[in-house]
Write a protein of this length. Structure first.
Length: 664
């Protein structure tokens, strides 16, 4: 076969597998894989550096399908090129427990770099990956040793570009001149509702030029040679590149191509038969000829690429043993051997100082104590560094051409969070980024994706609750803490003082199987005295902060309301009503403890009252219907924090009265 005919057969293999898998499942999106088939041939067949035998090879190119509904394109590529993804798995597309779920999921399918589907987040993850690559290269590469030297490639569609997060991410990528980022835009003019020119007429090339990108417009998305040349040109750029590929959605389907009918539904037996005839593919469903498999097979080339890299790394290890060991440790996600001692010293310092400070300041102190010994910490803030206090003395701002360890994300909360996820996915860094708690709403879907992917992303949210004060209800978080607690696999910490803040940071950093939020106050909070046993118990999420013989009730509180609970306990004790005070900085972590421990903290039969400056509904899972919650089920007001706490009933008098009410 000629080179052109080989390319055609390779592309048609993707088309056939996509339409057959969607037809068998009677569910899915055949249009994008059929329309982007030649783009895939050009990238995977001629440029992508990867090794199917080792999907986690450190210096592989990263490939992200941001338009994740076209997952069959990725599954076809992985199967054809030699990954551990059998034809039986393709036949099981979108079925329970298969390796081919409806949208790509990291750690489910070998070779999938990130979970995509929520449009715009894949490209944003990719920005994080490209940024991580650039920073790691600056940190570890030496003259003659380009250990970290790979590209991040992205497939996107109109939907990704319509989502606002794509603006946040691509604007920052252009500003930072992430030259190893190459995006291939499937410009087919069709979305679910039909022709997009009724609602999307952006001049996309000019938009990306304005971001500072290198733009290659009007590339024929069905011409492999033209696409090959465009990718080669993009690799030479000193800026991120957008390759605008003019395509036909559902290319090859005689009556449906170019229409919305092919976007998100099976083609049907009649159209599939017609497509086979039109593209010259006489083979039965899920059958690939041997010569097509051979054309796609990347195992030999991938093994050679990785072997060459491994030889270089071996020489690097001999010349730079410390750097090599650190790089390997960080890419595995392991912490330094002395991490626990570092944490112990940090907590001991908090105990010695007994500071009454805002927990956002306690957070900064924890960062300062840890970051100099943890070079993998990569911090940042969404234009609120001076308020969130996520910087430290030794931090260096990341700028175009200037590596560092602190990112000014700008006012891009959603973009920041999804970029952090990309950094975590790439490996080598533990990202943390901050904004005000009320703006966690902007970030929410990225938090959900971090939890779904079990990423070690740390989301710092300061200025919690009505304690924010004069900025008023637009900025005062009322429902946010409870709503964050509803996200599976997300650990949320709302510490009450310096010690709990230090423990929260230590736990978030050491957690390898999921993200954490760290929720801090704007206002000063008093230091709480504890025994070593109590300090050790903080990491269990909830513990007895103050006990009482023959306690009549339990007060449960978090964060800024711990002080109120302690004062209320003193008043009740003076009136002959002994109560236990339980601090519960992380309900998520507490819920994972064994039944015996939870019962020891919250004994059955004792009436319970929860105190938190937020909505009340969440807390009835702990206090029961016979218990009570001192909370706030309205929006806040604009006034000094002290006045607001009194106005909304966060007073000793009200808590005492509430405890008495549940005792009668």
């Amino acid at each position: 076969m000629t080179s052109s005919s080989v390319n055609t057969q390779m592309a048609n293999a993707i088309r056939a597998l996509a339409m057959d898998a969607v037809q068998k499942a009677n569910s899915g999106h055949p249009g994008m894989p059929m329309g982007m088939a030649e783009i895939a041939v050009a990238l995977w067949g001629k440029h992508l550096r990867h090794n199917p035998a080792d999907p986690k090879w450190m210096d592989r190119d990263r490939f992200v399908v941001s338009n994740g509904h076209g997952s069959m394109l990725l599954y076809a590529l992985l199967h054809l090129s030699g990954y551990d993804l059998s034809m039986d798995e393709l036949r099981a597309f979108r079925q329970l427990h298969s390796k081919t779920p409806g949208h790509p999921e990291v750690d489910v399918t070998p070779g999938v770099e990130t979970t995509t589907g929520p449009l715009g987040q894949g490209i944003t993850n990719a920005v994080g990956m490209a940024l991580a690559e650039e920073l790691l290269a600056a940190e570890f590469n030496k003259p003659g040793f380009d250990l970290i030297n790979h590209h991040t490639f992205v497939f996107i569609g109109d939907g990704c570009l319509m989502e606002g997060i794509s603006h946040e991410a691509c604007s920052l990528a252009g500003t930072l001149q992430l030259s190893k980022l190459i995006v291939m835009y499937d410009d087919n003019g069709i979305s679910i509702d039909g022709k997009v020119d009724g609602w999307f007429r952006d001049d996309t090339p000019k938009r990306f030029e304005a971001y500072g990108w290198n733009v290659l417009p009007n590339v024929d998305g069905h011409d492999v040679a033209a696409l090959d040349a465009a990718i080669a040109t993009a690799k030479k750029s000193d800026r991120p590149t957008l390759i605008c590929c003019k395509t036909v959605i559902g290319k090859g389907a005689p009556t449906m191509q170019g229409t919305d009918k092919v976007h998100g539904a099976a083609l049907g037996d009649t159209e599939i038969a017609a497509t086979r005839a039109a593209i010259g593919w006489p083979h039965p469903p899920f059958e690939i000829p041997a010569d097509v498999y051979a054309a796609w097979d990347a195992k030999k080339k991938g093994a050679a690429l990785q072997s060459e890299w491994t030889t270089q790394f071996t020489s690097y290890q001999q010349k730079f043993p410390a750097e090599a060991a650190t790089l390997e440790r960080r890419m595995k996600g392991d912490l330094p051997a002395d991490y626990e001692q570092l944490v112990a010293r940090m907590i001991a310092a908090c105990v010695d100082k007994k500071e009454t400070i805002a927990t956002r300041k306690a957070s900064q102190n924890a960062i300062q104590a840890l970051a100099p010994s943890l070079p993998e910490l990569l911090g940042g803030s969404a234009d609120l560094t001076g308020s969130n206090l996520t910087n430290w003395k030794e931090c260096i701002a990341v700028r175009a051409g200037q590596p560092g360890n602190h990112i000014n994300y700008g006012v891009r909360e959603f973009g920041m969070s999804a970029i952090m996820n990309g950094i975590a996915l790439h490996g080598g860094y533990i990202p943390f980024g901050a904004t005000f708690l009320t703006f966690s709403d902007y970030s929410r879907n990225a938090l959900r994706m971090a939890a779904l992917m079990k990423l070690r992303s740390i989301f710092v949210f300061t200025h919690d609750s009505i304690g924010l004060g004069e900025d008023g209800p637009t900025h005062q978080s009322v429902e946010h803490v409870s709503s964050l607690r509803l996200i599976p696999n997300l650990d949320n910490w709302r510490p009450c003082d310096t010690v709990e803040s230090a423990v929260a940071w230590a736990q978030a950093i050491s957690r390898k199987n999921g993200p954490s939020t760290l929720i801090f106050s704007r206002q000063n909070l008093p230091f709480m005295e504890r025994t070593q046993t109590q300090i050790d118990a903080i990491k269990r999420g909830g513990y007895i902060l103050k006990d009482a013989a023959n306690a009549k009730a339990v007060l449960i509180a978090t964060g800024s309301e711990i002080e109120l609970a302690m004062k209320s306990a003193e008043t009740l004790s003076a009136e002959g009503i002994p109560v236990r005070v339980v601090s519960m900085p992380s309900t998520d972590v507490f819920d994972r403890q064994d039944a015996a421990y939870k019962a020891s903290v919250l004994p059955k039969g004792l009436p319970r009252v929860a105190v938190e400056a937020g909505v009340t509904d969440f807390w009835f899972k702990y206090v029961g219907l016979d218990g009570a919650v001192v909370g706030i089920d309205t929006f806040g007001e604009s006034a000094p924090a002290g006045q607001l706490f009194k106005h909304f009933g966060f007073t000793t008098e009200n808590v005492v009265a509430t405890v008495k009410s549940v005792l009668h």
